[in-house]
Design a protein around this ligand. Structure first.
Ligand SMILES: NC(=O)c1ccc[n+]([C@@H]2O[C@H](COP(=O)([O-])OP(=O)(O)OC[C@H]3O[C@@H](n4cnc5c(N)ncnc54)[C@H](OP(=O)(O)O)[C@@H]3O)[C@@H](O)[C@H]2O)c1
Length: 289
């Protein structure tokens, strides 16, 4: 009993040793099925929970917020631009206004979302993003690092802060937004490929780190999607035609499709799903059309 109570503290204090000893029999010994069953039951009860959307003003996040509100959940939006979420606030969402790279703002948003849920923070989705399409030799270092910070650093901040809040109740789901560029070599996409590839690797690592602590960490990886950000890529009819031509299913995603997938990962996906990247790209990353 004493060993079981001190396990998590021991894991945090002695990370090196923990990594050495992370053999399956060791974990199984301290994680009886009964405890796992209790967690599964908690995940199934999905009504009236609290969710935080970081990058809450994004076109995809707006659909995701509506889906969660329709379910009767509490929704907190971290967004820079309050005008873009006025309608969602009118429907019952809470707004924490600010920059997703400001640690204090992210902490405030997480703390607010924790207070809204009977069991604390049930789910967090990260949808902050930007894009800069240039070949490396024509990319300024500051433009490269800006893309990394906006996409990857803000995702880490979200993971770190929301994850910490979820450790106490020992349950919670996190969903990040990668891109087809994270796993498929696309011309002039080096900056966003580095950022989104980093997110995918980070998701797998975090899923492992928190697997035995009740957290589930996954990502969606959309192909081109009809949003403001997608519009920056699809600047002309010729680019649109060429882009669609590369997609086996010959069409561009609707933002609602991405939101529905994230909604499923946050609320209804099996408890046994973690460390996965859900590719919503018309088959682009895996098949030849
Ligand atoms: N659309 C696509 O084709 C596509 C494809 C693959 C992946 N994705 C990913 O999908 C996610 C959502 O993007 P979207 O397509 O819905 O486009 P979007 O509407 O342009 O969303 C991007 C969001 O990021 C927010 N943002 C950027 N920097 C921020 C910061 N420092 N602090 C707070 N918010 C910040 C923007 O806020 P403001 O409203 O204040 O500008 C905006 O809401 C992104 O991660 C993107 O990389 C999109």
């Amino acid at each position: 009993m004493r060993l079981r109570l001190s396990r998590l503290e021991w894991q945090d204090e002695h990370l090196e040793a923990w990594l050495f000893f992370t053999a399956i029999p060791f974990q199984t010994m301290f994680n009886p099925l009964k405890q796992q069953y209790k967690r599964n039951m908690k995940c199934k009860d999905s009504m009236g929970k609290s969710f935080l959307l970081i990058g809450g003003s994004s076109d995809i996040a707006r659909h995701l917020a509506s889906l969660l509100l329709e379910d009767g959940h509490r929704v907190t939006l971290l967004a820079r631009d309050s005008d873009r979420v006025t309608d969602l606030v009118e429907q019952g969402a809470d707004l924490v206004q600010g920059d997703a790279l400001d640690e204090a703002i992210v902490q405030n948003a997480v703390a607010h979302a924790v207070e809204q849920g009977e069991h604390g923070l049930s789910g967090m989705a990260h949808l902050v993003g930007s894009i800069a399409l240039r070949p490396p030799h024509a990319t300024k270092l500051e433009d490269f690092t800006a893309v990394l910070h906006t996409n990857l650093t803000s995702a880490f901040l979200a993971l770190k802060t929301a994850g910490k809040a979820m450790l106490k109740p020992g349950t919670g789901r996190m969903v990040f937004t990668s891109s087809v560029a994270g796993s498929y070599g696309l011309t002039n996409h080096e900056a966003i490929a580095a950022a989104k590839g980093g997110i995918e690797a980070m998701v797998r690592s975090a899923a492992s780190t928190y697997a035995q602590r009740g957290l589930r960490v996954n990502a969606v990886a959309p192909g081109l999607t009809e949003t403001r950000l997608g519009g920056r890529v699809l600047r002309s009819d010729a680019i649109r035609e060429a882009s669609v031509g590369m997609i086996p299913l010959k069409r561009i995603n609707e933002p609602l499709e991405i939101a529905q997938s994230m909604h499923w990962l946050l609320t209804a996906a099996p408890d046994n799903l973690t460390g996965q990247i859900l590719h919503l790209d018309g088959g682009m990353s895996n098949i030849r059309g």
